[in-house]
Design a protein around this ligand. Structure first.
Ligand code: SF4
Ligand code: SF4
Length: 465
């Protein structure tokens, strides 16, 4: 491939020409140490990603993100609509973790763990290369007329792209509605699942367009995480970087007799040819760099050939390249880490202290107390309960202090999983036990024979002392 001139990199994106038209990129697949590690890592992640919705624990999905019904399951723990504050707290904890991680390791998530990169580089790009050949052959095929060769190659490639998008779409849907619901959509009559089938077709089309057409535009223009890199990273962040001290002045290998100063970069352009976002990393850290490490492998292979040490392009901080410390944690990172530790502790504590049955006690609307001639005083209470487990719960309520009595005014005391129920009850105290206008009391709640919560209330009654 002809060497690309990237000197105008600040004027326009590399995949958009000066007239604003998309320039199609044909990155070369390069193997090497990092590519092999990424291949194995992506296989493990793909296994988890595709297998995730099928993993069950005690008969329930291990992960579920049902945003439609606001029901979530994380590591087998159910979160119901009433737990949205916990989901928000968990999300905030995760975001702060990503910010702290990015401040230290840059965009390593994008290159190694982002599903977009994994599917694009490890599946779709490989299929494309397998069917259409090298980048030069792909370009030639695109430019040639629609003959038999182009028809079958493009047809086969797009059919496979569509089939894989279909699998991704089903996986995505299984995370939302659960694998059991997905199996029903697949196995039962289509007329029973029109909505589900439309969702599958829409998701498949979106994924197909993402991997067949949008590609690097997702990382460069659409992904909000990518857009945030400029504020998340600083000169101490570890990034994929070109060692300009060692590489410059770049140029073709000179004869041994030459007296001109020369760096290690032989200006072969291989680091640009392999870049999935088409940039020249020798121009410095750029927002388009997804840290895929392809340029590290490419340059290392060149250094091997010219018998120079590897690592002209490597993981390094800007500060390190300028001769500073190899790695130093900045005050900003310490601040992020401390904030993350606090949020994580609060999140874990809140989740672990969450009761199987959430309960709160309220005085009956507009009521105070009723006095009986027998010397008893009664208050009406409303108890709102939410079953946080996967099982139906038959509850019973008893006063902690045996001097008080309860009469349930609601007959059905069964609370279904995730159900929120209001239970009415009459609490009775003897006038002789009332020594203040407002007497605190507690109720013990039992669910399926096990104590699941204790709620506090205040009992109103007249004082005659
Ligand atoms: S510059 Fe290197 S690490 Fe960054 S996206 Fe391009 S090839 Fe990947
Ligand atoms: S691959 Fe290495 S030697 Fe070749 S142009 Fe890039 S930095 Fe220079």
């Amino acid at each position: 491939m002809a060497k690309k001139d990237t000197s105008d990199f600040r004027e326009h994106l590399v995949n958009v020409d000066k007239k604003g038209k998309r320039v199609w990129l044909y990155p070369k697949i390069i193997t090497g140490k990092f590519y092999n590690w990424r291949t194995w890592f992506s296989r493990v992640l793909l296994l988890f990603l595709i297998g995730g919705p099928w993993l069950h624990f005690q008969g329930h999905p291990l992960f579920l993100f049902n945003v439609i019904e606001r029901k979530f399951i994380l590591f087998g723990i159910p979160f119901w609509p009433q737990d949205l504050y916990l989901i928000a707290l968990g999300l905030l904890t995760f975001i702060v973790f990503i910010i702290a991680f990015t401040a230290v390791f840059g965009r390593v998530f994008c290159g190694w763990a982002c599903p977009q990169t994994i599917f694009m580089e490890m599946i779709f790009r490989k299929i494309e290369t397998w069917i259409e050949g090298s980048p030069a052959q792909q370009k030639k095929l695109k430019e040639q007329p629609w003959d038999a060769e182009k028809l079958w190659k493009k047809g086969l490639k797009n059919t496979l792209f569509w089939a894989i998008s279909f699998v991704i779409s089903n996986t995505f849907l299984a995370y939302i509605i659960g694998s059991d619901a997905l199996v029903k959509i697949i196995t039962e009559s289509p007329s029973l699942h029109i909505g589900g089938l439309i969702a599958i077709v829409i998701f498949t089309t979106v994924f197909y367009l993402v991997f067949a057409r949008l590609r690097e535009l997702v990382c460069i223009m659409i992904c909000p995480y990518g857009r945030l890199q400029g504020v998340l990273m600083d000169p101490k962040s570890i990034v994929v970087a070109y060692d300009f001290n060692r590489g410059e002045p770049r140029g073709k290998i000179q004869k041994a007799t030459s007296t001109e100063a020369q760096g290690d970069c032989v200006d072969c352009g291989l680091c640009i040819d392999v870049c999935p976002t088409g940039i020249d990393i020798r121009n410095g850290t750029q927002l388009e760099c997804i840290h895929c490490t392809a340029c590290i492998d490419a340059c290392d292979s060149v250094m091997d050939k010219i018998h120079k040490p590897k690592g002209l392009i490597r993981y390094a901080s800007e500060e390190e390249l300028k001769g500073g410390n190899k790695f130093k944690i900045s005050a900003r990172v310490i601040g992020y880490a401390a904030l993350w530790a606090i949020l994580f502790t609060v999140f874990v504590t809140t989740v672990s202290m969450r009761k199987d049955l959430q309960a709160s006690l309220f005085r009956g609307k507009g009521s105070t107390y009723t006095q009986k001639s027998s010397g008893e005083v009664t208050n009406i209470f409303e108890m709102r309960v939410v079953n946080k487990t996967f099982h139906s719960m038959k509850i019973s309520v008893a006063p902690h202090n045996k001097a008080q009595h309860i009469k349930m005014l609601t007959d059905n005391l069964e609370v279904k999983p995730g159900e929120q129920k209001t239970i009415l009850m009459l609490v009775t105290m003897q006038q002789s036990d009332i020594h203040r206008n407002s007497t605190p009391f507690e109720l013990d709640i039992t669910g399926n024979g096990k104590t699941v919560n204790r709620v506090k209330g205040t009992f109103l009654g007249p004082v005659y002392e």
